[in-house]
Design a protein around this ligand. Sequence first.
Ligand SMILES: Nc1ncnc2c1ncn2[C@@H]1O[C@H](COP(=O)(O)OP(=O)(O)O)[C@@H](O)[C@H]1O
Ligand SMILES: [Mg+2]
Length: 319
Amino acid sequence: MIEISGLTKEYGGHRAVDGLDLTVASGELTVLLGPSGAGKTTVLRCINRLIEPTSGTVCVEGVDVATLDPVELRRRMGYVIQNVGLFPNMTIRENVAAVPRLLGWDKRRIAERIDEMLELVGLDPERYGGKYPRQLSGGEAQRVGVARALAADPPILLMDEPFGAVDPLTRERLQREMRHLQARLRKTVVFVTHDIDEAVLLGDRIALMRDGRLEQHDTPEALWRRPANEFVRRFFGENLGLRVIIRYCLADVRLKPLEEGATALPRIDAGVTLKEALAELVGRRARALAVVRDGAPIGMFDFDVLLASLAEEGDGACS
Ligand SMILES: Nc1ncnc2c1ncn2[C@@H]1O[C@H](COP(=O)(O)OP(=O)(O)O)[C@@H](O)[C@H]1O
Ligand SMILES: [Mg+2]
């Protein structure tokens, strides 16, 4: 658990962070979201002590980080930034091995861990291990950045706009992979972005910041259903509902029983999100879709099913 209390950081009289209170539960991913200059990066750097706050505290598992050795502290927190910051003169294997080496792991354990991490982020160790960072695409380099941050199995992961510098298609793929990864690993993650779709897809909770202060810290769905104030409502705009449905799967909603003639309907797999299903309805100008699982139709999806599924608050478990 990360507990931030009364955190303030001043730069020449300007408060970049202004009395922030925020708790991130263990195993949860909280997104720090907000306009540029809101203080998101400053908060992240106070957590791993790349900078020292003017006042206030950050506690990790009940221990004030100000009492810990900063270098030691940073080894226990994975840190992923935009453009990764891979060591250019080291191979991919050496990059991923960096922290385990500092921690004095034996060679065999490090070698196994490198393979495991590269596979985890979808890179073939044989093919990529001996390459240098300049030989990778932006998306591949970001994957290595994530593998390196996870190598020593830190309980905490800090990510600052990690997918901000890659093309939109690659970004989407990395976001989906991150969601699967987090569903498996359940790290305590603080993830900075200014991208609303990314925040809604990845965040168990979103902490919306403005001018160094917290406006609301809630699940994406709660931000949509119960915005705390006018700023929150305006920031997300009218289509937050349309964004939130990316968190739900067709498999999670109560479908309509198959009617006669359903075999003629366009088919859609039960594993897709409600957002994709809605896009399919509109795109195909269809009245309904036949939902299939393992190739067999299991029910029908239409606008009524969508509206009924929104009647109650869910938990966004689809991954
Ligand atoms: N080292 C610094 N010196 C002076 N001002 C800074 C420094 N770092 C950040 N700031 C200022 O603090 C505010 C918050 O910055 P930052 O945390 O980087 O915002 P965000 O990550 O939300 O875009 C901005 O107004 C920025 O200009
Ligand atoms: Mg920033």
